[in-house]
Design a protein. Structure first.
Length: 751
């Protein structure tokens, strides 16, 4: 039986994440996919596997699986290379942007100063990493560099330039006193001496196009795409097998492992030992000390010869666009994408659909696995409001053939979704919305020349045309509020509010259009998102800032409804909040605070009125995989916030849970506060919507008072004069707005 924990033990037992504290914390978790294994190493019965967004560790004897990602120590995502030295317990991770993480038992060191060749404008991706002792050879698109793992700094670099053109080092390794690199023009070598950086002094030992290389103390192997060789003093002895597309070669002290469509093992003398198939594509493979073969698959994590898989729980792939949360911790995630908010994109070659989390494990429908007849770009997936065992999803494509709305049925016995129906005529569907009468609406981006709104007719089991939107040629996912559809229009400076009244009556409806004359910025090219707060205000995100429609349901029906920007004071002058920013998503938590995603700017956590920025998360200071967050969802019961990006999903445990007029479970942390360990603010959560707070010292003197709104409060440990309080015990006395409920807490302070 597999056990899962979040913090890696064993190999990284003493890891303190010294350099990672700014980015990771216990409040963050990742929901990354760990299916695509890029590289593996074994250390004393534990397999370390590198995947796109993190490492995981599989302990063979116990079945324990642990993981390490940007949420708990690493500094980036999009891993492209990895190696690990079992003797020194040091691992090196290479990323697509050219940076490195050096993982030691003491710390994780982030390295961003990788040498770059002058005039090189190509990809900075780290192609390959090979560790020998305390030296790591880092292969990139313009050559290679040596990184000293003791000094934690780069040494010599060799830029492979001939005739004014750079050549990539596909892979490289140290063998003896030389560095060997395989390139598209040959196997090249150079002694590690003073002329190492001069590429003209490198020797092409064997001409040809080569992809992979590996070495141990007394042996070296290399390969092209179709042949593998044992190196022998400037010549190569071919391994006795016919290969089609070699994905990786691994040399150990006992054998040679070649990963192709099958996994081949050879003795160090080149004699064939075995060839097995794991039933799916593998990127790499290793053999353990016992001789057992493990493959690193593209889609199933680590897999052994018995087809048993080992990996952390996670979605099928990392690509994510929209999230929908349901009771019992269930989640549906759509995997699609759009360019410029509305155009179709080049389809993901892995052809994902949607991912489902049932509260304890991730489930991926076999309908999508290996489906070669239909291409998928799923922009939304929702539970059928009249049948919790069914899911509708939108397949948004820019060309005919497969686009439309689909209905799937969940089979609990085999944990799979089975195809039920495809609804023709629903071309380029974007997103769903449902009301409290279980009416299901879907927005269609292009249908007969214009966007449309369709409604699901349960009796006829079909979608009926509800509304043609003449004021736009693009449309977003709708939101239902006060029995009206509120719909951003991304290609025109308009916003549609549609009062559908009797849902299936197609003739009694009323529409309202907001445009620049109603207060949108004149330079806006479209509206992108909308959310409603506890005051009934509509927070509308546009591609040129944020607008608020106060008391929206009533205001929209007035002759001249007005949307307003939020004006904040900067240096004594008023300035518009998020001016010219593309507001991808707005979400309101249980305390009426606002989460706002700004394209390229990360995520902001704002006070209820938007006047204060409480937190600002970016990929540079948090585990966010990217600064463009396509969706935000808050579990209002727990306060957990989910962020969807095209590079994966992360979650942040917020302080605002289920907020009512009375107190919940009041929690104070950290407590006690020891200044040498913690210099931030003390958080009090579980408060009422409006809480009157008095903090007294042991003698009963009031040293701090405040009114907290939204379910939590942060005390900066200062008194009413603004100076830090002395060491001692402090008492927190709290009442709700009308005095009908109260709570108390104690806070210990040690300066």
């Amino acid at each position: 039986m597999k056990k899962l924990s979040l913090i890696s033990l064993g190999i990284l037992a003493s890891l303190q994440f010294i350099d990672a504290q700014v980015i990771s914390s216990k409040k963050w978790t990742d929901l990354f996919s760990y299916n695509n294994v890029l590289a593996m190493k074994e250390d004393n019965g534990k397999i370390i596997a590198a995947t796109e967004n993190g490492l995981f560790y599989y302990t063979i004897a116990t079945g324990e699986v642990t993981k390490l990602s940007k949420a708990n120590g690493l500094h980036d995502v999009s891993i492209t290379a990895f190696d690990y030295n079992p003797q020194t317990k040091v691992g090196v991770i290479g990323y697509a942007n050219g940076s490195l993480d050096i993982v030691t038992p003491q710390e994780i060191k982030y390295v961003v100063d990788i040498p770059i060749a002058t005039g090189y404008n190509g990809s900075k991706k780290v192609n390959h990493i090979s560790i020998t002792g305390d030296q790591a050879v880092v292969s990139v698109g313009y050559g290679l560099s040596i990184f000293n793992l003791k000094k934690l700094e780069f040494g010599d670099s060799a830029f492979f330039m001939t005739g004014g053109l750079y050549e990539a080092s596909n892979e490289a390794t140290i063998f003896g006193n030389k560095v060997y690199s395989v390139t598209n023009s040959g196997l090249k070598s150079h002694e590690m001496n003073i002329t190492f950086p001069v590429f003209s002094t490198w020797t092409t030992e064997i001409p040809g196009s080569f992809k992979h290389i590996d070495a141990e103390a007394s042996s070296m192997i290399y390969s092209s795409a179709t042949s593998a060789f044992i190196y022998n003093n400037g010549t190569g002895t071919p391994l006795p097998a016919s290969f089609g597309n070699i994905r990786d070669i691994v040399l150990t002290s006992n054998n040679i492992v070649v990963t192709d469509s099958r996994i081949y093992t050879f003795g160090l003398n080149g004699i064939s030992l075995n060839a097995v198939s794991l039933g799916e594509e593998c990127n790499t493979a290793i053999t353990t000390g016992s001789g057992k073969i493990y493959g690193g698959t593209l889609l199933s994590g680590i897999k052994d010869e018995a087809s048993t898989t080992y990996k952390p729980s996670g979605p099928y792939l990392n690509s994510a666009y929209k999230i929908n949360l349901y009771d019992n911790n269930q989640m549906l995630v759509s995997s699609g994408a759009r360019i410029n908010r509305f155009n179709h994109v080049a389809l993901n070659p892995k052809n994902p659909g949607f991912y489902y989390f049932n509260g304890s494990e991730w489930i991926y429908s076999s309908f999508f696995v290996g489906n070669t007849t239909t291409r998928f770009n799923v922009l939304d997936a929702v539970v059928n409001p009249t049948d919790p065992n069914e899911v509708f999803f939108t397949n948004y494509l820019g060309t005919a053939g497969g686009e439309g709305v689909y209905r799937m049925k969940y089979n609990a016995t085999n944990k799979d979704f089975e195809f039920v129906k495809y609804y023709t005529g629903t071309f380029r569907p974007v997103g769903f919305a449902s009301d409290n009468q279980n009416n299901l609406f879907v927005s269609i981006a292009f249908n007969g020349g214009n966007p449309t709104i369709w409604i699901y007719d349960k009796a006829a089991d079909n979608f009926l045309l509800k509304k043609v939107v003449l004021s736009s040629d693009g449309i977003q996912k709708p939101v239902v509020y006060e029995n009206m559809l509120w719909i951003p229009l991304p290609r025109t400076n308009n916003f549609l509010v549609y009062d559908y009244k009797n849902a299936l009556n197609l003739s009694d409806d009323t529409e309202y259009i907001l445009k620049d004359t109603n207060g949108f910025a004149g330079n806006s090219k479209g509206t992108l998102s909308v959310a409603f707060d506890k005051s009934g205000d509509a927070w509308i995100g546009t591609d040129s800032g944020l607008r608020i429609l106060p008391n929206a349901a009533a205001e929209i029906k007035t002759p001249e409804p007005k949307v307003e920007p939020i004006i904040i004071e900067q240096g004594g002058l008023g300035e518009e909040l998020f001016r010219d920013g593309q507001i991808l998503q707005v979400e309101v938590d249980a305390g009426n605070y606002k989460w706002v995603s700004v394209d390229g700017g990360g995520v902001y956590y704002l006070s209820a009125d938007g006047q204060q920025t409480i937190k600002h998360f970016t990929k540079e200071n948090s585990p966010l995989p990217t600064n463009s967050v396509t969706d935000i969802k808050v579990d209002k019961k727990t306060g957990k916030v989910y962020f969807a990006t095209f590079n994966g999903i992360v979650a942040y445990q917020g302080d605002v849970g289920d907020v009512t007029s009375n107190f919940g479970n009041v929690v104070v942390y950290p407590n006690p506060v020891v200044y040498s360990n913690f210099k931030g603010k003390v958080t009090i959560k579980g408060l009422a919507e409006k809480t009157n707070i008095r903090i007294t010292d042991a003698a009963g003197n009031v040293i701090h008072s405040a009114v907290a709104r939204g379910g939590y409060y942060e005390w900066d440990l200062t008194n009413q004069k603004g100076t830090r309080v002395a060491s001692g015990m402090y008492f927190v006395l709290m009442t709700n707005e009308d005095g009908s409920d109260k709570a108390t807490a104690k806070i210990g302070v040690v300066n």
